[in-house]
Design a protein around this ligand. Structure first.
Ligand code: ATP
Length: 351
C-alpha cells in the first residue's frame, strides 16, 4: 500500500535561549493515523505539539500539510481541533453551546449548527444533557464535550496534550478506548502528547519516543516494544532489565550462560547491554536435572493475575513478572530456574 503523508514535520528544531527543546525532528504522519508523542518530562513533546498548532514558531525546519508549507500560517487559519489538559470549556455555557462554539466562529449558525451539534452529542453518547451547563458534568462527561467541540469543526488535524491526565485510573482507561473509537470513526489524523507509556501503547498507530528534544524511535507500538532502538527506549517502555554483558572478544554473546547471539552485533570488544523484559522471563522450581540459570527470590508481590519478583542471579537483580499459574509454590528466598527466549533479548552498545 502506498503511503499517504498528511503532515511532514521536516527537520524541525526549536531553541529557547540556550535550551535545545527540539533537535532536528523529522516525522512523516500518515493520513488518518493516530500518533502519540511519548517521553519523559522536558523531552519536548508539548513544544512539538505547539509548533504543529502554530502557537510556537520553529527555529529551523518546516511543517508541510498536504504538500503545502504552513510554517508561517496563523493558528486559526490552520483550523486544527485541539484538546488540552485544562479542556478550556466555558463552564456556565451549556454542553450544546460549547460544542457549537467553534462552528459559530466559522459562521455555521442556526439549523446547520444544531444538526451538527446533535450529531456530535449522539457520537459522544450524551444527547440527554445538551442543555446542562458544563459545570454540572462529571470529569469524563467534560472530557467528551471537549473532544466533541474539537471535532465539530471537522478539523484536518486533531491535537491533544495530555487530555486524560486529570482523570482517575479507571475512567482514564475507558476514555482511552472511547477516544480511539472516536478517532477511527472520524478518520481524523491525530497527534496526542503523553508521558504515560500504557496510554501511548493503547492509542497509537505510530509511537514517537522523544528524549532531550530528539526522536529516539518512531514505529508501531509493537515494534517499539519488541525491537527498541536503544536502551533508553527499552527501559522507558515497560520494565526492562538492562544487563551489562561487558566486552565480548571472540565468539558468541551469552546471557547467564545462554547464547543470545552468535557474534557481537556492534563488533568485537565493544561494551554491550542486554535488555530483557520482566514479562519475558519464566520462573520454575529447580529440578535435579536443571540446566537453566538459577537465581534466588529476594522480593515478591502479588498483583492479582501475576506476581512481580526480584530474582538475584549472580549478583544481578532481575525483575520478573510471571503469571500466577506458573509460579505456584515459589517463596521468598527460594532458588528458582530462569527461562527466557534469546530472540526476546535486545542488545545495545553500552558505555
Ligand atoms: P512535560 O511532560 O513536563 O510537559 P514536555 O516533554 O512537554 O514536558 P516541553 O514543555 O516541550 O517538554 O519542554 C521542552 C524543553 O523546553 C524543556 O527544557 C522546557 O523547560 C523548555 N521550554 C519549553 N517552553 C519554554 C519557554 N516558553 N521558554 C523557555 N524554555 C521553554
Amino acid at each position: 500500500m502506498s503511503s499517504d503523508i498528511h503532515l511532514h514535520i521536516r527537520n524541525v528544531s526549536k531553541k529557547f535561549g540556550s535550551v535545545d527543546a527540539l533537535r532536528d525532528v523529522d516525522l512523516k504522519i500518515e493520513r488518518g493515523s493516530f500518533v502519540c508523542l511519548l517521553g519523559p518530562s522536558g523531552c519536548g513533546k508539548t513544544t512539538l505539539l505547539r509548533i504543529i498548532a502554530g502557537f510556537e514558531a520553529a527555529t529551523k525546519g518546516q511543517l508541510i500539510l498536504d504538500g503545502k508549507d504552513i510554517s508561517d500560517q496563523a493558528p486559526h487559519k490552520r483550523g486544527f481541533g485541539m484538546v488540552f489538559q485544562s479542556l478550556a470549556l466555558f463552564p456556565h455555557m451549556s454542553v450544546a453551546k460549547n460544542i457549537g462554539y467553534g462552528l459559530k466562529l466559522r459562521g455555521i449558525k442556526g439549523g446547520a449548527q444544531r444538526t451538527r451539534v446533535e450529531e456530535l452529542l449522539d457520537v459522544i453518547q450524551l444527547p440527554h444533557i445538551a442543555d446542562r451547563p458544563v459545570s454540572a458534568l462529571s470529569g469524563g462527561q467534560r472530557q467528551r464535550v471537549a473532544i466533541a467541540r474539537a471535532l465539530a469543526i471537522r478539523p484536518p488535524l486533531f491535537l491533544l496534550d495530555e487530555p486524560l491526565s486529570a482523570l482517575d485510573a479507571k475512567l482514564r482507561d475507558s476514555m482511552q478506548i472511547e477516544l480511539r473509537q472516536l478517532q477511527q470513526q472520524f478518520g481524523v489524523t491525530t497527534v496526542l502528547v503523553t508521558h504515560d507509556q500504557h496510554e501511548a501503547m493503547m492509542l497509537a498507530d505510530e509511537l514517537v519516543v522523544l528524549k532531550d528534544g530528539a526522536v529516539r524511535q518512531s514505529a508501531s507500538p509493537s515494534d517499539v516494544y519488541n525491537q527498541p532502538a536503544d536502551s533508553f527506549v527499552a527501559d522507558f517502555l515497560g520494565a526492562a532489565n538492562l544487563i551489562d554483558v561487558g566486552k565480548i572478544t571472540g565468539g558468541a554473546v551469552e546471557l547467564f550462560g545462554t547464547k543470545i547471539a552468535s557474534k557481537p552485533p556492534h563488533g568485537e570488544g565493544v561494551p554491550m547491554l542486554a535488555a530483557l523484559r520482566a514479562e519475558h522471563i519464566g520462573l520454575s522450581p529447580v529440578l535435579a536435572n536443571n540446566t537453566q540459570p538459577v537465581g534466588q527470590v529476594s522480593f515478591m508481590r502479588d498483583l492479582g493475575p501475576a506476581t512481580e519478583f526480584v530474582v538475584n542471579v549472580g549478583g544481578q537483580d532481575l525483575r520478573v513478572r510471571a503469571s500466577n499459574e506458573n509460579t505456584q509454590g515459589l517463596e521468598m528466598g527460594a532458588n528458582v530456574a530462569l527461562t527466557f527466549d534469546p530472540a526476546q533479548v535486545s542488545l545495545f552498545k553500552g558505555t
